[in-house]
Design a protein around this ligand. Structure first.
Ligand code: ZN
Length: 143
């Protein structure tokens, strides 16, 4: 089910998202809705705060590859950073050049509550960094 995306409501978008204590059926519904919403919007990443839910949940869809991240945590980030142009579904019409780590190792839970670690680089590392900023209330206009 497509949910409305919060746009330009800066007080709402600045809220800090809380960790998910337990991956329940409600969380799985939220993730499914976020994938629907992301697909409809034609984006590559979406955080729960962008659909008004202040929980540390994000979905990515890059080149047809879908990934849900629950409670993501960066374990190691490359000190080498690369500049790239980013937009945000919550700030339509705005683009910013943002420096992000070239690659990083991220831990997270999936929708079965199973823990994973992945090495992300390129666009995937950029999108994960962008979505994790959302979880801390940070936006591309802050760069
Ligand atoms: Zn965004």
């Amino acid at each position: 089910m497509i949910r409305p995306i919060v746009t330009w409501d800066l007080p709402a978008l600045r809220r800090r998202s809380l960790p998910v204590p337990d991956v329940t059926r409600d969380i799985r519904h939220l993730v499914a809705d976020m994938f629907d919403t992301l697909q409809e919007a034609g984006g590559v990443g979406l955080s729960a705060i962008q659909v008004g839910v202040p929980l540390r949940v994000a979905v990515l869809a890059i080149d047809g590859h879908r990934l849900a991240l629950i409670n993501p945590h960066v374990l190691v980030r490359n000190r080498r950073r690369v500049k790239g142009v980013e937009g945000c579904l919550s700030l339509p019409g705005i683009v910013r050049k943002v420096k992000r780590p070239y690659d990083m190792i991220v831990s997270f839970m999936d929708t079965d509550g199973q823990a994973f670690q992945i090495r992300a680089d390129g666009l995937q590392a950029r999108v994960i960094g962008h979505e994790m900023d959302h979880m801390d209330g940070k936006l591309i206009v802050d760069y």
